[in-house]
Every structure is written in structure tokens, then in C-alpha cells.
Write a new protein. Structure first.
Length: 442
């Protein structure tokens, strides 16, 4: 049993933003009480007035002036790029060669990997992320160290050894059979750990770094074990040309994965900047999910994903920080960048809808829609409490929708006015700002 599986019942009180389970909308409760039971699942989300009306005791407001919402879900982030965040050596292929591959080679050292894993988990939590889809390096030892840190810090995650058997320095390459065997052993150890809090995810880096044999084997492993698959697709025009040359039989980029058994309802595809209408249609028909990484796309000058193409086809979309091409672990920052990107691509999504993608959307995109991303009885109590700008007043006479949009815009755009106060996973306090009892178990 994991140390973090020891749970206690509890409650918090304050303003709460509750996502709709399916539509990109929110309900606002100005003074709510959120309770969870010993298993870490929410048992009640109700107004303080209702609690008072029954004559039940009311807990004090947990963080006055702050708002509770479901923990952020980062659907795309690279653990071994933590130390090279902001390395300005793009575009994509030169950035990989100059900044990423030399750093990822250092993860052959298990002790280094364990040190960085601890910092990585700390960065996720301090930004209010409670669940993440993570690429490790190509090293089994580093991947194991990552899972150990995720377990210790109480995070929810899917993570995988990054598969590469060509197109990178020798120190990062691992032959297909050896790599897939290592994946099997990591899945045996970690997949489903602590009642599904941790999952192993099959993680080919992208077509250019994998032979067809490795991709086919990865698809088979995912199929046999019921695992999720995450990979990159269609990020940068030069990558598209090189991929077409490396896979001459594939009709387009999506077909590289489609033809080798890697495109299905448990597939999470990052970037999707340059997909054709046919690729969008097939991705949608396969019920694959998409992770939108706008900050990374800006940093590497890759272009921007046309969000409307995905949402218009009811494709599940989450937001990804994509650290280290993304310059921040904050999903609030990712949502702000998604707003900017949506202006460029003509998608008409406002702050409330984008904040929904950063929480509930990510839960649905990663197959955790039945577990997290809603503040309602039955969902697990993965929560973040964010301070609001104290000096920004709310005008009188707004409708509820207008109030939600205003609150969402402050959460998304006013990151520098107020930070994360407290983070809980299954009700257990996983992180708290200094002065709020950081490091306490409850
Ligand atoms: Zn990435």
C-alpha cells in the first residue's frame, strides 16, 4: 500500500467554481462546503446556507478571498526537460538536438533522475496541477524514479518511458525489444498503482525517433495490456517533411500511427498544428484525444492548433504545459496562451471555456472523466484553491454567466495577482503555500 493511500475524511469551505461534466460551462457557488469521505471521494458539495439550514456545524472559510476548483490536469509535460525550461534554441528539430537530447542523456544516472523528479513534482503541485500525462526519458531507471516521486508526493499521473530507437544520439536509443520489455516491467510495477492513481502509458516520442517495428510493438503492448498511448504529431512543418520521408508508405502523418495500431480511444495526441481535414476526421472517428500546447507552440514558432477543428468535431481536448518547450508549469498560463492562440486561429473560446479545458477537459481527454474534474458527489476530491486579486472589485448587477466569465478571466489572466493557496488529491493535502501548513499530511 502506498503512503498516500492513507486517507481521512475532511471538508473545506469557500467560493467554488463547479464545472459542468460535459459542456464548457461552470456553476458558481459563492459560499460552498465541500466534503469528502475516507476514500477521498466527494460526498457533498452544497451551499453553506443549506448546511446551516439543517443545523449542522459550518467549518470556517478555508482561504478567505480565494476560489476552489478541480485540480488542474496537465495533459502533456516532459519530466526530463525540467532543468532546460526556456532554452531558446528552436525551432523544434534544432531545439531537440541542441537542448533536449543532451539533457535527457543525463537521466541515465538514476540519482540525477531522482533529484529532478522531486523538483518536477514540486513544480506541478505548486501550480495547482493534481493530474499529469508525463513523458519520461528513454531510461527505465529514471522512469521508475519518476513514478516513485509521483507516488510519494501524492500526484495522479500517467507516465511512460519515452521510446526511441533511431533519430537521436546513441545514449538515448534503446532497441525495440529491450525498450518494450522495460515498458512491460514498469507497467507490472506501476500501472493501476494506488487504486489507479498512477498509470503506465505507452509513449513513443514521435515517428521520427521510432522505427516502424518499434511503433508496431508499442501498439501491440498497449492493446494487450489496455494501456493508454501518448505521442506527438504534426507540430512543425520541417518535422512533417522529415516524417513523410521516413514513412513513404503512409498517406499522411496520422497514418503513421493509424497503420501501426496506435490510434484509438486511448490515444492522446500532442500539438496537431498542421493536420489536414482528413486527419481531423479520422482522429475524431477513432475517438482519440488531443492535448493543446499553445505556449510551447509559440516558443518554438511551430504555429497554432486550430482549436475549432477539434471542438467542432467533439474531439476531447485537454491543455498541456509541454515543459520544457512550454515556459511554465502553470495550466492557468496555458489557458491564457490558449486564449491568445484562439484569437490567431479564429476559435471563439473565452476564458471560462479554456479554464474548463484545463480541468474537466483534461480529465475527459485522459480517460479520467469518471474520477476527477468535477466538484460533485462521487468524484474524487482533487482540488485547488487559488487566491483572487484582492483589489479587483466585481461590478454589481451581473448575471451568473457574466460573473463566471469575470472570475474565469481573473483566474486565467491575473496569475501574477494571486497564487495557489492549497492543493488536495483525494482530499489529502499534497501542497500548501508557505504559512498554510505546507508539508502537512492533511
Ligand atoms: Zn512534448
Amino acid at each position: 500500500m502506498s503512503a498516500n493511500s492513507i486517507r481521512a475524511a475532511g471538508a473545506v469551505r469557500g467560493r467554488a467554481l463547479c464545472p459542468d461534466p460535459h459542456a464548457r460551462r461552470w456553476r458558481l457557488l459563492d459560499d460552498a462546503v465541500l466534503r469528502w469521505g475516507e476514500g477521498g471521494a466527494l460526498s457533498a458539495v452544497e451551499s453553506a446556507r443549506a448546511v446551516e439550514g439543517r443545523g449542522d456545524p459550518l467549518p470556517p472559510v478555508t482561504h478567505p478571498g480565494a476560489v476552489w476548483l478541480p485540480g488542474f490536469v496537465d495533459t502533456h509535460v516532459h519530466f526530463p526537460q525540467t532543468q532546460i525550461i526556456g532554452s531558446a534554441s528552436g525551432p523544434l528539430l534544432s531545439w531537440l538536438e541542441r537542448s533536449v537530447f543532451p539533457e535527457e542523456a543525463r537521466f541515465a544516472d538514476d540519482a540525477y533522475a531522482a533529484r529532478v523528479a522531486e523538483r518536477f513534482c514540486e513544480q506541478l503541485l505548486r501550480q495547482g496541477t493534481t493530474s499529469a500525462s508525463i513523458y519520461s526519458s528513454s531510461h527505465p531507471g529514471a522512469t521508475h524514479a519518476l513514478f516513485e516521486a509521483l507516488d510519494r508526493r501524492g500526484l495522479r499521473a500517467e507516465a511512460g518511458l519515452t521510446l526511441m530507437d533511431r533519430g537521436a544520439p546513441d545514449a538515448l536509443l534503446r532497441p525495440a525489444e529491450e525498450a518494450l520489455e522495460a515498458c512491460g516491467a514498469l507497467a507490472d510495477r506501476w500501472h493501476g498503482h494506488d487504486a489507479g492513481r498512477l498509470r503506465f502509458c505507452v509513449t513513443p516520442r514521435f515517428g521520427l525517433s521510432c522505427t516502424p517495428g518499434l511503433l508496431r510493438g508499442a501498439g501491440r503492448l498497449a492493446e494487450e495490456r489496455g494501456l493508454w498511448v501518448q505521442t506527438h504529431i504534426s507540430e512543425n512543418p520541417r518535422e512533417l517533411e522529415a516524417t513523410a520521408a521516413a514513412f513513404p508508405a503512409a498517406r499522411d502523418y496520422l497514418a503513421v500511427y493509424e497503420d501501426l495500431g496506435l490510434l484509438h480511444a486511448r490515444t492522446l495526441l500532442a500539438h496537431c498544428v498542421w493536420l489536414s481535414p482528413s486527419e481531423w476526421d479520422r482522429l475524431s472517428a477513432a475517438r482519440a484525444a488531443v492535448t493543446h500546447c499553445p505556449d510551447s507552440n509559440l516558443f518554438l514558432g511551430s504555429g497554432q492548433m486550430p482549436l475549432a477543428e477539434a471542438l467542432g468535431r467533439a474531439v476531447r481536448v485537454g491543455l498541456g504545459s509541454d515543459v520544457g518547450a512550454g515556459r511554465s508549469f502553470s495550466l492557468r498560463r496555458a489557458a491564457a496562451r490558449a486564449y491568445d492562440a484562439s484569437r490567431i486561429t479564429g476559435a471563439d473560446e473565452g476564458p471560462a471555456a479554456l479554464l474548463w479545458l484545463a480541468t474537466r477537459g483534461g480529465a475527459l481527454a485522459t480517460g479520467r472523466g469518471g474520477e476527477v474534474g468535477c466538484l460533485a458527489p462521487g468524484y474524487e476530491a482533487d482540488l485547488v484553491c487559488v487566491a483572487l486579486p484582492p483589489d479587483l472589485e466585481e461590478p454589481a448587477g451581473l448575471s451568473e454567466d457574466e460573473r463566471v466569465e469575470l472570475l474565469a478571466s481573473r483566474l486565467v489572466f491575473c496569475e501574477d495577482w494571486g497564487g495557489v493557496r492549497e492543493v488536495r488529491v483525494r482530499g489529502r493535502r499534497a501542497w500548501a503555500a508557505t504559512g498554510e501548513g505546507a508539508g502537512e499530511g492533511r
